[in-house]
Design a protein around this ligand. Structure first.
Ligand code: GYE
Length: 307
């Protein structure tokens, strides 16, 4: 379309689509599972998918999206690194009349909106995830804890909202105190180093809340190296439901992991089909998540719900 789009681009119904998928980073089992889920679903449907990996960089993700736009896909699926970082590229896709579906992380609604600039956001209720982790911790500690919070990537939807959900929930419990809060970029190795440093100034810690499992695994490693006993003197909770966390729950080192399902393939392609057939799409398609504790971790692991 040479004139360009100023309203939400439509999608013509086709037997097979050419889809671009812009992944923000491939640094964990979560990300690997998400990318395979999208690739596998495309293969199943005989659709073509072109995948890019922005390697944790907003500027690379913007240029990845621009190069996908230049290849004229029917539709773009984007997992944006941060809420503001990819907004310019999402607008460029709209101008090029390519509909965009955001998965797993959203964009800043004060700048662009679902239903107007992009079709929809498909993802978990991050506030709820944070709240569920907090509720578990309040119960397990009888409302008394000195918490270290390891935050996800600054400026990303899950980091913003998992913090909010957790903090709002513990706010009414005066015994629940966050003694330190730091960005460890959703990465295990970063969390290990960050936790080692934090433990020196906060040896009195009794709980860790990590915004994802990878960071919880790094924290557990640091706690053990410092002579602590995760699961006993320091309780650990996090979010995702990856296999390493399920195993840590089984061994008692972690208390709970709230699931954040990375398998976006089927729902993304179903949404593409619906959109192409003219059905109205909700602005937020909410993924329903489980929660794992010692009661159900083994079963979940055996059923292959982890990754
Ligand atoms: O929890 C984390 C990943 O955006 C929901 O990002 C996703 C989060 C997920 O790096 O492990």
């Amino acid at each position: 379309n040479v004139s360009g789009c100023t309203t939400l681009p439509k999608l013509a119904k086709k037997a097979h689509y050419k889809v671009g998928f812009s992944q923000e980073v491939t640094d964990s089992p979560w990300r690997v599972t998400e990318t395979s889920s999208i690739k596998d679903e495309a293969t199943k449907r005989g659709d073509q998918v072109i995948v890019t990996d922005a390697q944790n960089s907003d500027s690379k993700q913007v240029s990845d999206i621009q190069s996908l736009i230049a290849q004229h896909p029917d539709v773009l699926i984007i997992a944006p690194l941060t809420e503001k970082g990819e907004v310019s590229a999402i607008k460029q896709a709209k101008a090029a009349c390519i509909p965009v579906i955001l998965v797993d992380r959203d964009a800043d609604h004060s700048i662009i909106q679902p239903g107007k600039d992009y079709v929809t956001f498909i993802g978990s209720d991050f506030v709820q995830q944070g709240k569920r982790a907090a509720d578990w911790l309040i119960q397990a500690t009888h409302g008394k804890a000195k918490i270290i919070e390891l935050e996800g990537t600054t400026g990303s939807t899950p980091a913003n909202l998992r913090k909010k959900g957790f903090n709002d929930e513990i706010a009414s419990n005066s015994g629940m105190q966050i003694i330190a809060s730091q960005d460890a970029n959703f990465e295990r190795a970063t969390a290990l180093k960050t936790m080692q440093t934090l433990l020196q100034s906060h040896p009195d810690v009794t709980a860790v809340y990590a915004h994802n499992d990878e960071m919880a695994m790094g924290a557990i490693q640091a706690l053990k190296a410092a002579g602590k006993h995760p699961g006993k003197d320091v309780l650990v909770c996090s979010i995702d439901g990856e296999n390493d966390a399920l195993k840590a729950i089984m061994s008692g080192e972690e208390g709970t992991s709230v699931q954040s399902n990375p398998r976006f393939g089927p729902i993304s392609f179903d949404t593409i089909d619906k959109y192409a057939s003219g059905q109205s799409i909700e602005p937020w398609i909410v993924i329903k998540d489980n929660q794992y504790t010692k009661e159900n971790a083994t079963q979940a692991f055996n059923q292959g719900l982890g990754f």
